[in-house]
Design a protein around this ligand. Structure first.
Ligand code: HEC
Length: 261
């Protein structure tokens, strides 16, 4: 097998000054720790959404980005245990009001009388364990639709992720570029993959709102990103400090020696 010749500007870790290697190591340690914290945070904020807090599942991701799809708390209540509290027409009126966007204008004339008559006995706010249905502002809290992470929040998190992770992978990729890895296409792929994954990941947050199976792309892209990170981290650390010289580098060094004299 003919090996790709070493690029004249390429330096292996062993050819770098110790100061640079110490700096690279410090950066890798910090970023590795940061990645661990990020993983804990991710797990903590998403794993429980589907009712099972032990695993991070496809369902968790879909709920996080597109909501439960089950409508508001008020609708759940009216269709469930509260359905016996009021006559059918009044229930239909309440549901209709929520469906049309829970407008303030219709609250006093249409909604409040029903609530006063049928619900205030228990939901006037005096029992802290029951949702307070007293007044428009309190009603808003139970009529909110769960549509997942809001668009503007996604925009905010997107730009933070793009700046932050691009810098992280620029640093890790730059450090990893000093590792001796063959074939060259594989090394280049490992360096490029996190950026491709980042784009797919962030894009799919939005697409999951429209079409749930994009939740898989979110998960797979996140996994690929973490794997690339781990691979570059381990290979860099190992080649930096294990002291074992890749054969091609040793040969290049040996052929340089006579010139030094
Ligand atoms: C006799 C007391 C009583 C009356 C009257 C009553 N509720 Fe409730 N409501 C409860 C209790 C107790 C719960 C909590 C247990 C449950 O969900 O079954 C509850 C829960 C709810 C919830 C929360 C459901 C959830 O899944 O989070 C909503 C919303 C609700 N009620 C709306 C209403 C509305 C609207 C009315 C009037 C049409 C009403 N309730 C009348 C006792 C009452």
């Amino acid at each position: 097998m003919s090996e790709t010749p070493i690029h004249p500007l390429y330096n292996h870790f062993s050819e770098l000054p110790a100061s640079l290697r110490v700096m690279y190591t410090a950066v890798l340690l910090m970023l590795g720790l940061g990645y661990l914290f990020a993983a804990v945070y991710l797990f903590h904020s998403y794993a429980g959404k589907d009712g099972n807090s032990l695993t991070l599942s496809y369902q968790d991701v879909v709920i996080a980005y597109s909501g439960t799809g089950k409508g508001s708390r008020l609708e759940t209540g009216l269709r469930g245990s509260m359905s016996a509290m009021l006559p059918f027409e009044e229930r239909a009126m309440l549901l209709d009001w929520v469906k049309d966007g829970a407008e303030r204008a219709r609250f006093e004339p249409e909604v409040r009388p029903i609530l006063d008559r049928r619900c205030m006995a228990c939901h006037d706010g005096s029992n802290p364990n029951l949702p307070n249905l007293n007044g428009y502002d309190n009603m808003l809290k139970v009529t909110e639709q769960d549509t997942g992470t809001g668009l503007f929040t996604l925009v905010r998190v997107s730009h933070i992720h793009m700046f932050g992770l691009t810098l992280v992978f620029f640093l890790v990729g730059t450090i990893f570029s000093h590792a001796y890895v063959r074939p060259v296409w594989f090394k280049c792929t490992v360096i490029a993959l996190p950026f491709v994954s980042l784009l797919l990941d962030i894009g799919s947050w939005y697409f999951t709102k429209l079409y749930h199976p994009f939740g898989w792309v979110v998960m797979i892209a996140g996994g690929v990103m973490a794997l690339s990170f781990a691979y570059m981290w381990v290979v860099s650390m190992w080649q930096m400090w294990s002291g074992r010289l890749p054969e091609a580098i040793a040969r290049r060094r040996a052929s340089d020696l006579p010139d030094v004299g």
